[in-house]
Write a protein that binds this ligand. Structure first.
Ligand code: B12
Ligand code: SF4
Length: 441
């Protein structure tokens, strides 16, 4: 069969990204899981138009909740042209009945066990309406199909070494989406790191681990990093702040080429951190912990969320200054979003605070989809946009880049400079986050 795998995307900024840094792993992983004998294409809507006139025998769409509206529209168009269209990913997993109205088949959960079955059934003409994917062990996963990536991505080597996270933050779907904490054999991760078919030296050098929480199981991460030292890569990932208290781990991170870590710091307010179910974060420790990473030259990317019950417009705007004070190198600023399947979604539903007039595209992490406790939805949006503009002002962006010159190792400095310049230019050119307001019923 000819199979198109489409990773759906809707730009979050007025006219999209000027450059695309890192691709998702999902599409090239699904392609690798496809049983042999089929002809597969991977289309990232982020950088390529979706081919509605495709002659594929099967089209698979992967999408987040914020892209569900676009995915449903694509499915409608493709099915009108006689294509069989199937869905998978976080939104299909949490809202399978809704998705079933638009697709020939819906995959709930992980692909490893379900996708090969679905492909076999599609070939035999007996596609089922639903497939349940199990959270299978991660041994023996194939090499992602890096060869199918478009050349548009700056860091194409995306890898996953672990799946899941032991924490239970109120706004996060990971604990239900990828239950437990599973690790891949170190030798198989190293195999992915050794793929050398990329065109440019930096593409061979850089590794982006798309893990939920790479460092949380110490014996595993120590084994992985020891094996990575001779590979001489530069790598980045997402982890929890407790890494900063473990000098053995920090040393090994440095030796194995760590240049950046994303931490979900979320907030500076104690009440907001409580609302986030994130007792492991303590604002008074941020500065010291970030300094421990800077001592190793590692860039600190940090996520902050606006809209917790403890937040006010003032506390949100204040974060622009606070994140500078604690030494964050690259901030990521989002609006609290009650995704289906999360504790915060259940809470908002119980309290009647979900805004019923918001379409799926509002669930993109940059728009307001619920009634905040201490302000109106419009005030929350305005405070978030003010924070975003202030954080990526020329002065603050240059200050972070300048500081990185003295605190970061070369790869980390380059990463920080590129990302800060990227967001600052968006700000200066007016390419701000898009506003998706109420939609007509
Ligand atoms: C890496 C990652 C990112 C990366 C890359 C994004 C990308 N497109 O992949 C970055 C950092 C850019 C990112 C950004 C965001 N992300 Co993100 N991200 C992840 C993360 C940590 C891992 C995803 C991953 O690569 N997994 C490995 C690959 C191999 O598998 P997978 O994609 O998980 O898919 C598996 C199954 O879902 C299934 N599957 C998926 N699609 C399909 C399709 C078919 C046909 C089939 C059969 C199966 C299938 O099979 C796969 C293998 O088992 C997940 C958490 C998680 N555990 O899923 C969150 C997650 C997907 N992100 C999420 C969110 C909310 C966001 C943001 C909105 C956050 C924000 N506030 O800004 C942004 C949106 C970005 C945008 N483009 O607009 C949510 C989505 C929730 C939802 N209901 O939609 C998740 C689940 C985390 C969470 N907080 O709950 N993210
Ligand atoms: S620490 Fe991160 S991945 Fe883990 S539950 Fe919290 S937000 Fe999700």
């Amino acid at each position: 069969m000819r199979i198109d795998i489409v990773v759906v995307h809707v730009p979050r900024y007025r006219w999209g990204h000027e450059v695309d840094f890192v691709p998702p792993l999902t599409g090239i992983h699904l392609a690798a899981l496809t049983p042999p004998g089929h002809q597969v294409r991977v289309i990232h809507q982020q950088v390529q138009p979706v081919d509605l006139e495709t002659d594929a025998d099967l089209v698979a769409l992967s999408f987040f909740s914020g892209f569900a509206g676009e995915a449903f529209a694509l499915a409608r168009e493709l099915r009108a042209r006689g294509r069989r269209v199937v869905a998978g990913g976080p939104h299909a997993t949490f809202c399978p009945e809704q998705a079933a109205g638009f697709f020939d088949s819906v995959v709930v959960g992980e692909a490893e066990s379900a996708w090969p079955r679905l492909v076999e059934d599609a070939e035999a003409g007996r596609l089922q309406p639903f497939y349940q994917g199990e959270a299978s062990p991660l041994e023996g996963l194939p090499l992602p199909r890096y060869d199918l990536l478009s050349g548009a991505f700056f860091v194409p080597r995306v890898v996953q070494a672990t799946r899941g996270c032991p924490f239970a933050c109120s706004f996060c779907s990971v604990p239900t989406l990828n239950p437990g904490y599973r690790t891949r054999p170190v030798a198989e991760v190293i195999r992915d790191l050794r793929f050398d078919g990329f065109r440019h030296w930096w593409q061979r050098k850089l590794v982006w681990f798309w893990d939920d929480n790479l460092t949380i199981r110490r014996p595993y991460i120590l084994e992985l990093l020891r094996a990575m030292v001779p590979e001489r890569k530069w790598w980045l990932t997402q982890a929890s702040l407790d890494v900063a208290t473990d000098p053995e781990l920090l040393d090994l991170m440095q030796r194995s080429g760590c240049i950046g870590i994303f931490f979900g710091l979320e907030s500076f307010g104690a009440e907001s951190l409580q609302d986030a179910h994130k007792p492991q974060n303590r604002a008074e420790q941020y500065r010291q912990r970030i300094a421990a990473l800077h001592d190793r030259g590692i860039c600190v990317m940090a996520g902050f969320v606006s809209g917790f019950d403890g937040d006010t417009p003032e506390s949100i705007r204040r974060m622009a200054r606070q994140l500078e004070e604690v030494g964050v190198d690259v901030p990521f600023l989002s609006v609290l979003t009650p995704y289906p399947g999360t504790p915060i979604h259940r809470k908002m539903q119980e309290e009647g605070r979900l805004l019923r007039d918001r379409g799926p595209e509002s669930f993109n992490g940059y728009n307001v989809t619920f009634q905040p406790r201490q302000m109106s939805p419009e005030e929350l949006l305005a405070a978030h946009r003010a924070l975003w503009r202030e954080a990526f002002s020329l002065r603050n962006s240059l200050r972070r880049i300048w500081r990185g010159l003295f605190t970061l190792r070369p790869g980390a400095f380059l990463m920080s400079a590129c990302m800060n310049a990227f967001y600052c230019l968006k700000n200066l050119r007016g390419n701000h986050p898009r506003v998706f307001g109420p939609v007509q019923a």
